[in-house]
Design a protein around this ligand. Structure first.
Ligand SMILES: [Zn+2]
Length: 166
């Protein structure tokens, strides 16, 4: 790594530490020529391949922007959105691929967004899945209701099993 002060072509690593849960490596470097120190950050490149074939670096900020838009006017705070974006990044990185199709990023958003806020989820899904008729919305709402029923039933059964008086 070239020294940013004197442009000397080489530098020596004096310290390395992980940051951001191991997603980044920060290195402290020293220039043998001028003696100044500087920091570099190393990050594995994760590229998102858009439908057009164009790739762009994965961006958590972009996910936060898209989800925040879907959550407009909903009782969802910024911390929850940031946490969701972090979960999405973890899901996507866990696939271990250097390139991921953009629709997989969308899919990774849908699950946690549904848990967060169903209205925001519907907004996001309608754009992401290109809903173009009421039937699409009806189908999605029906699947949300089915999931909610399954949750409620599971909860009721659990309560009954745990606390049934004899
Ligand atoms: Zn230097």
């Amino acid at each position: 790594m070239r020294c940013p002060y004197c442009r000397h072509a080489d530098s020596r690593v004096v310290d390395s530490r992980e940051a951001d849960d191991g997603q980044l490596i920060r290195r402290r470097r020293a220039c043998p020529e001028c003696g100044k120190r500087f920091t570099t950050v190393e990050e594995a490149v994760l590229a998102v391949v858009k439908r057009s074939g164009v790739t762009e670096p994965f961006s958590r900020t972009k996910i936060i922007g898209g989800v925040r838009k879907a959550c407009q006017g909903r009782p969802v705070d910024d911390d929850s959105i940031a946490l969701l974006a972090q979960r999405v990044e973890e899901t996507v990185r866990a696939k271990g691929a250097a390139e991921i199709p953009s629709h997989e990023v969308g899919l990774a958003i849908l699950g946690p967004l549904r848990d967060l806020d169903e209205v925001a989820y519907m907004r996001f899904a309608s754009v992401y899945r290109s809903f173009d008729s009421l039937a699409d919305f009806e189908r999605e709402i029906e699947s949300l209701r089915a999931a909610a029923r399954a949750r409620d039933n599971g909860g009721a059964d659990a309560v009954e099993a745990a606390g049934r008086p004899n």
